[in-house]
Design a protein around this ligand. Structure first.
Ligand code: 1HN
Length: 361
C-alpha cells in the first residue's frame, strides 16, 4: 500500500485512541508504514473479544470507510504483539474488519494471500472475489488468493465483522519485500461469474483438458499450485469434525483436526505460506513445541492454553498466539471447544526446516 503522510494522520476521538491503546490494538491505516522489522522473543499473548469488540465499535462510529485514504480503505483493528509494531507475529497477520450496512470496502488486489473467517455475517454480506459474490455467513472461511480483485459489500442492515488473515508480515517483515498493490478503477468490481462458479469447478468433475489451476491469472509464479477463490461453508466443516470425532481417536496435540485443503490439489496447505485447521477439542491435549508460529481464533467454547508457563484463558472469538519453540497444550473447559488453528508451517516445510517435539506438560 502507499505510504501515508503522518501530517495527514486521520483523527480518532481521544476515547477511541485510549481504548485502542489500552487493548493493544491499532487501526490498519497506521500499521502498514511501520512494517519491515523482524522480532525475536515473541511472547504468547491473547486478545479478548470483549476488548476487540469495544474498540472496533468505536472505530466504526468514528470512521466511515469512504473517509479513509486510497490504499487504506479497510476498517480493521489489528492485534499487535508486545515488542512489535504492526502484527501479531513475524509471518501471520490477523485483524478484525467491520463493514457497516450499505458500505463497500472498495476493490483492490495485492501480492499477499488473504482469507476471511466470518464472525458476524449474513447472506447479504458479500465479499466479491475474482468476479464472484461470496455470501459471508457465520463461520464461513473464504479465500482471497494473491492478485485477485476483492471488495466487500454489505447489503444487509447490520454491521458485518470478520477475521482477516494475511501472510503480510512474512512478505513485508521477514522477507523484507513489498506487497505489490493495485486499486481497481471501480469501487465495486463487475460481477462476471454466477454464484457457485468457483466451487463448482473444483469438485469431482473438472474442466476437461485444462490445467488444474482454473485459469487463475497473475504475475506470481511458484512451485506450489495456487489455491482458487473458494468458500468453505461452516455446515460442511462442522459435519466433517463431528464424523471425525465419532469414528476416530484425537490427535494428541491438536484434537480432532481437519485441514482446509487447497481445492486444486485436495491437500494442505491452503496457501503456500499458511495452513488452516478446524480443531475440535474434547479433552486436554499433550504438550509439544515446534518452530512454526501458531495463531488461534476461538470459534466456539472456552478453555485454556498453557504456553511455556503462561496461561491463556480463552472464550469465543478471542485471538491468541503461540510463538515458535514454546511448549504448549490446550485444555477445553467443558465437553468441547472448536479452534481455528493457523500456522506458517508450510514455509518451514518448503525448505525442510519444520521441526517439532513432544514436551513435558
Ligand atoms: C486487505 O486488502 C484487506 O482486502 C484486509 O479486506 C486487511 C491488511 C493489510 C493489507 C491488505 C481486505 C489487509 C489488507
Amino acid at each position: 500500500m502507499a505510504q501515508q503522510d503522518p501530517e495527514e494522520r486521520i483523527e480518532l476521538t481521544s476515547e477511541t485512541r485510549r481504548l485502542l491503546e489500552e487493548t493493544d490494538l491499532r487501526p490498519l491505516w497506521e500499521v502498514e508504514d511501520t512494517m519491515g522489522h523482524v522480532y525475536d522473543d515473541l511472547e504468547a499473548d491473547i486478545w479478548k473479544w470483549g476488548d476487540i469488540k469495544q474498540a472496533i465499535d468505536h472505530v466504526e462510529r468514528d470512521m466511515p470507510i469512504e473517509e479513509l485514504p486510497p490504499g487504506f480503505q479497510r476498517r480493521v483493528a489489528v492485534p499487535i504483539n508486545t515488542g512489535m509494531q504492526n502484527a501479531i507475529s513475524n509471518t501471520i497477520y490477523v485483524g478484525v474488519q467491520t463493514v457497516s450496512p450499505g458500505e463497500t470496502a472498495p476493490s483492490h488486489r495485492h501480492g499477499a494471500n488473504a482469507l476471511r473467517f466470518t464472525i458476524d455475517g449474513s447472506e447479504d454480506m458479500k465479499t466479491v472475489v475474482a468476479g464472484e459474490e461470496f455470501p459471508m455467513e457465520n463461520n464461513d472461511l473464504i479465500t482471497t488468493p494473491q492478485w485477485e480483485w476483492h471488495d466487500h459489500v454489505n447489503d444487509s442492515d447490520e454491521t458485518a465483522m470478520w477475521l482477516d488473515v494475511l501472510d503480510l508480515p512474512l512478505i513485508l517483515d521477514s522477507l523484507n519485500s513489498t506487497n505489490v498493490f493495485e486499486n481497481h478503477e471501480l469501487e465495486r468490481q463487475p460481477v462476471t461469474k454466477t454464484q457457485g462458479y468457483w466451487d463448482s469447478q473444483y469438485g469431482h468433475a473438472r474442466p476437461a483438458g485444462e490445467s488444474n489451476d482454473g485459469g487463475i491469472p497473475g504475475p506470481f509464479e511458484g512451485i506450489r499450485e495456487p489455491t482458487p477463490p473458494y468458500r468453505f461453508g461452516w455446515t460442511e466443516i462442522l459435519e466433517t469434525l463431528r464424523q471425525r470425532a465419532e469414528n476416530n481417536n484425537p490427535d494428541p496435540y491438536d484434537g480432532y483436526s481437519m485441514a482446509y485443503v487447497n481445492p486444486t490439489t485436495g491437500q494442505e496447505p491452503l496457501f503456500p505460506t499458511m495452513s488452516f485447521r478446524a480443531q475440535l477439542l474434547t479433552e486436554a491435549t499433550e504438550a509439544h513445541f515446534h518452530n512454526a508460529t501458531e495463531v488461534f481464533f476461538v470459534i466456539e467454547g472456552k478453555g485454556t492454553t498453557h504456553v511455556d508457563g503462561e496461561t491463556l484463558e480463552w472464550d469465543q472469538w478471542d485471538i491468541f498466539v503461540v510463538p515458535p519453540d514454546k511448549p504448549h497444550h490446550h485444555d477445553p473447559e467443558n465437553d468441547e471447544a472448536i479452534l481455528l488453528g493457523m500456522t506458517d508451517r508450510p514455509v518451514f516445510e518448503a525448505f525442510n526446516f519444520y521441526a517439532e517435539s513432544a514436551a513435558d506438560q
